[in-house]
Design a protein around this ligand. Structure first.
Ligand SMILES: Cc1ncc(COP(=O)(O)O)c(C=O)c1O
Length: 457
């Protein structure tokens, strides 16, 4: 600790915040969060916030397990503070790999550790390419969905389907093919779920055929897509995606950076939706973000070509499988099991949804969607026609009013318009009825104000 420095001044002088319009803090305080407890955070002024975003969709167990997890980290620091996974193993990496293989569905038994979700997706793309090459096929292209966020490193950003965060860095890694996501809110109302699924699958198949099926390495999909706002899959969708991938020899990656470790009320979205992916990208909830840790969990067959002769996966990082991160993740998983947190989400998701759906009485609340403890409220200008706000209105609504008003009321959630404008609600998985009521209460007060502001009515 540097006693005596002015945190506000030092933050302004030295700290560069992520995805942040820094000019906004020229005349306003940088929010400095100092302490966490349960689902709540506290700032330097002692003000309390309900963290309805779980850090960044990550702090599954809430903020009160520092003692226990800290003890596990301390013991690991004493025993072996660091060693790598380059040709060597260490006990915590082995134990965590074993644990993940037990938790992951099907034959997803091979674990390659990294340190972030971006890196996990980037690693999957490289692994898919080298896997195909080892089997004598040159396949390099990837397929991802509109508005999907897969990370910010150049490879992961290339997979990401959000034009606004890609544009400053183009040209990106070439040959990513984009297909529709599962947003059904703006589809024709007479379209049935089965017709919607078929349309999406036909489009995916056509995209693979147009790209040249023999050049396509891998399809990336989140079980429930966050970018654009908690798009759940329609019935039959993932069964069809798996079949199309099998037909064309394309691998399927489930980006479970958000969905994994209980967020959707199961250990993995792949289990909930029976996706049968070849890879899972895991991060965030793997350690409840108490330490940086992430993993690629790959099916047994992915490793087969690398088990022969001089073959190897030509990839690695210094911090991948860090023993302290692994010890923290193991302890987090122990807590998730001991406290029956996944069961708690599965048992309470209906209650949470029902409470959020009471907001649909408001003229601005067009849709509540999601699953588990992973929801959005989509904001609309006209409920009947489902008309959305234009860019100027959305800017005024979200950044001009909602983000600040929610924060002032002590509720951290995200007002996001990278797709159509939504408010994202994704609290720690330990949230109970009291926290749900607080979230709905604050939104119930603030959303009508937003409506007045934008309509003048
Ligand atoms: C679905 C998904 N994939 C990948 C990432 C990237 O993870 P990270 O920020 O750890 O690089 C994120 C981050 O929010 C994510 O939500």
């Amino acid at each position: 600790m540097h006693a005596g420095i002015d945190l506000q001044q030092a933050a302004r002088d030295h700290l560069w915040l992520h995805f942040t319009r820094m000019a906004g803090y020229q005349d306003a305080d940088v929010p400095v969060i100092t302490r966490g407890e349960g689902c709540y955070l506290y700032d330097t002024n002692g003000k309390r916030y309900l963290d309805a975003l779980a850090g960044l969709y990550a702090v599954q167990i809430g903020y009160s397990h520092g003692e226990e997890i800290g003890q596990a980290a301390l013991e690991q620091m004493r025993e072996l503070p660091y060693y790598s996974n380059w040709s060597y193993a260490h006990p915590r990496a082995i134990e965590l790999a074993h644990e993940l293989a037990q938790l992951a569905p099907g034959d997803l038994n091979r674990v390659f550790f990294v340190t972030s979700g971006s890196e996990a997706n980037e690693t999957i793309w490289k692994l898919a390419r080298e896997y195909h090459a080892a089997r004598g096929e040159r396949r390099w292209k990837a397929v991802t969905r509109n508005l999907a966020y897969h990370g910010t490193t150049m490879g992961a950003l290339s997979l990401t389907g959000l034009p606004s965060i890609r544009a400053p860095f183009e040209p990106l890694v070439p040959d990513v093919v984009r297909v529709r996501n599962t947003n059904r809110f703006h589809r024709p109302r007479h379209e049935t779920e089965a017709e919607f699924t078929q349309m999406l699958l036909d489009e995916l198949e056509s995209a693979i055929i147009s790209a040249g099926p023999q050049t396509v390495a891998v399809v990336f999909m989140e079980p429930v897509q966050n970018g654009g706002g908690a798009f759940t899959p329609p019935a039959g969708y993932f069964k069809g995606v798996r079949e199309i991938c099998d037909t064309y020899g394309v691998l399927l990656a489930a980006d479970e950076v958000i969905c994994g470790f209980g967020r959707v009320g199961a250990w993995f979205g792949s289990e909930k939706y029976d996706i049968k992916p070849d890879f899972i990208a895991a991060a965030k909830g793997i350690s409840s973000a108490y330490a940086p840790m992430a993993a690629v969990i790959a099916a047994d067959h992915l490793m087969e070509p690398f088990l022969d002769g001089t073959a190897m996966f030509t990839h690695g990082t210094t911090f991948g499988g860090h023993p302290v991160g692994a010890a923290v993740a193991l302890k987090n998983i122990e807590i998730l099991k001991r406290e029956k947190i996944i069961e708690h989400v599965a048992e309470n998701e209906g209650l949470f949804r029902a409470k959020l759906e009471t907001l649909l009485d408001l003229p601005i609340a067009g849709d509540v969607r999601g699953t588990g403890f992973f929801y959005v409220i989509e904001l609309v200008k006209d409920k009947e026609t489902r008309t959305t706000f234009n860019d100027e209105e959305s800017e005024r609504l979200l950044r001009g009013y909602l983000s600040g008003a929610l924060f002032k009321r002590g509720l951290i959630c995200r007002a996001d318009d990278r797709g159509d404008p939504v408010v994202q609600v994704c609290p720690p998985l330990i949230a109970g009825e009291k926290e749900m009521d607080e979230i709905v209460g604050v939104l119930g007060d603030v959303l009508p104000e937003a409506w007045k502001l934008i309509t003048g009515g």
